[in-house]
Ligand binder design. Sequence first.
Ligand code: IPM
Ligand code: MN
Length: 355
Amino acid sequence: MTRATIAIIAGDGIGPEVIEAGLPIIEAAANAEGLALAVERLPYSADHFLETGETLPDEAFAHLRDDVDGILVGALGDPRVPGNEHARDILLGLRFRLDLYINFRPTHLFHPKLSPLRTDRRSDGGSTAIDFVIFRENTEGQYLGLGRSESLGTPDEVHVSEEINTRKGVARIIEAAFAWAAAQGKTRVTMSDKSNAIPFQRIWGRLFQEIGERYPGIQREHRYVDALALELVREPERFQVIVTPNLYGDILSDLGAGLIGGMGIAASANLHPGRPGLFEPVHGSAPPLVGKGVANPMATVLSGALMLEQLGCGAGARRLERAVERVVAGGPLTPDLGGTGSTAEVAAALSAALD
Ligand code: IPM
Ligand code: MN
């Protein structure tokens, strides 16, 4: 057995429930492929913040940076912390401080019944062909929180929010998208920006062309993000790889989740090749669902699959994906996917479906 050390930040709301349900399934798939997970649980959450005032202390950050192979997060966000300080320090903080510049968000329809689109109008006749990945830039854009407020409390109040696009930052996410596309045998990469309204974003087009030229087998296409939103609803099956700035990736990945069954089944990985990654279901802490036992553990299991992939255990990842595919087809399903199953029932079915 090889070993990997995994830090778990279960976090808030349904986070602990989906981690408790999903982690044993992820471990079982890893074990079946000769990978043992040494799991350590970290307490950082709204509860911890309210008790101690601590969000993510520097020692914990250094530990996550230096001593673990992967970080699995449940969910962060709590109505008792309306400023969301802890979530910002933990989730956005780790993305920035670990320089996890790739937010990798697969959008795969596991079964046509999960699609809200009218299958009779779909060009593929309703097969499970929606299968694209969003490469969301994860360390720049408007997310750095740079800017200023002026004339607060007066009629002339102004808030300026800066959007950062560096050559290095834009180039590396575009490069990552092309490299992945090439490795996966994909034939097209779509870059999406809003450079018709925001001229400073033209660097995206320049670098997209420059880097894309090194991948002659891959077609380049550009869509303004508003047009892409429309096309993703109308013809999602034609997209393979989408590379886009931070904020647009955030929005498009929720749109993508909506196409494949919702937030309960959408997974994501925050990556910097060669460094420990951070893996998280795209959903939030879902306060109204807490304690009801109905949270869908599939997004966590699929985020675990992305983690196993990153740990070099692609075969374990495939096991998890096949298990989700089987349970989606045969049930039980949690209410978000139209079923009446509980978190525990779905988890048990996923365990049983592991081959
Ligand atoms: C996501 C979330 C976060 C983001 C929030 C919680 C800051 O929506 O991971 O998509 O915007 O990145
Ligand atoms: Mn989001």
